[in-house]
Design a protein around this ligand. Structure first.
Ligand code: NVA
Length: 305
């Protein structure tokens, strides 16, 4: 597999995602075999927004592959303000071998991809979080031998994380239920994309605001009710979202085995502290797998298999 970029989940087919999942698990099991993959190579990492997991997992992951990571933080301001995004991409391509970018707007990632002559990885934008979804499916495949039997749900705000998760689920043929309060679901373009992919893979895709749809679900995923950049956009969000909190009662009523969260968790908002701290929560497995999943993407750029 030889990917040119890793920008948005809907750009990759089932075979490509399945190969990346297998590669991530192989790198995790045999890290020593990949110690030289990025030897002599540099990865420029642009962050327009804060990050713990993405920054650290890329930096340390790149180090484990023998490469060099360069962090470009917010001191350069919003992409496109000081100089054109296209020029940013062209400059970085002259020095770096890969560009990783966390940006406010998806269009900036597309622009970087269009003008960089090296691979670009989307490390979160307003529409997608593909590295997270890949890590989440590594995590799920460690817990469930046959993903085609899995019933996965996302509850809360329809956002970048839910978009990537549902698109990847539909691509892989995993049944998916999206439960969002009225007015906070995913946009219709994302829903239509997911419907088309689910029809192709033969999986079920349900969109609702009714928590009863969670009965019989294996895994419930949740994320913050207010994403970075959306602060202040929704008044009294707690009133609207509180009925969608994931807690021990929801786990018991639905029969769900695991809860997942990409973090940072807003404890006692979208998930209770007690549930987050429980054995049912896979959040730290997901966090670890961010590194292996991203390393799989990096390795895929430089392998001809
Ligand atoms: N939906 C969240 C994910 C954080 C990793 C956000 O965009 O802020």
């Amino acid at each position: 597999m030889n990917l040119s970029h890793f920008l948005a989940d809907d750009l990759y087919n089932k075979d490509q995602i399945t190969a990346l999942l297998a590669l991530a698990k192989d790198i995790k099991a045999n890290p020593q075999q990949y110690q030289q993959t990025l030897s002599g190579k540099s990865v420029a990492m642009i962050f327009e927004k804060p990050s713990l997991r993405t920054h650290v997992s890329f930096d340390i992951g790149i180090n484990k592959l023998g490469g060099h990571a360069l962090y470009l933080g917010q001191q350069n301001g919003k992409l496109g303000e000081r100089e054109r995004v296209s020029d940013y991409a062209k400059n970085l391509s002259r020095w770096a071998d890969v560009i990783v970018a966390r940006v406010f707007e998806h269009e900036a990632i597309v622009e970087l991809g269009n003008h960089a002559s090296v691979p670009v990885i989307n490390a979160l934008c307003d529409k997608y979080h593909p590295c997270q979804a890949l890590a989440d499916f590594v995590t799920l495949s460690e817990q469930f031998a046959d993903l085609s039997m899995l019933k996965l749900a996302y509850v809360g705000d329809g956002n970048n994380v839910s978009n990537s998760l549902m698109i990847m689920a539909a691509t892989l043929g995993v049944d998916f239920t999206l439960v969002c309060p009225g007015g906070h679901g995913s946009d219709s373009v994302m829903i239509d994309k997911t419907k088309a992919l689910a029809a192709q893979s033969g999986s079920n895709f349900t969109v609702t605001s009714n928590m009863d749809a969670l009965n019989g679900i294996d895994v419930i995923y949740t994320d913050t009710w207010v994403s970075m950049g959306d602060e202040g956009k929704v008044d009294n969000y707690l009133d609207k979202f509180m009925p969608y909190q994931i807690n021990h009662d929801v786990m018991a009523t639905t029969g769900a085995k695991y809860v997942m969260h990409c973090q940072p968790a807003h404890l006692d908002e979208e998930i209770t502290t007690a549930l987050f701290d429980s054995e049912m929560c896979l959040a730290f497995e997901q966090a670890e797998n961010r590194m292996w999943a991203q390393n799989a993407v990096l390795v895929s750029f430089f392998s001809n298999q």
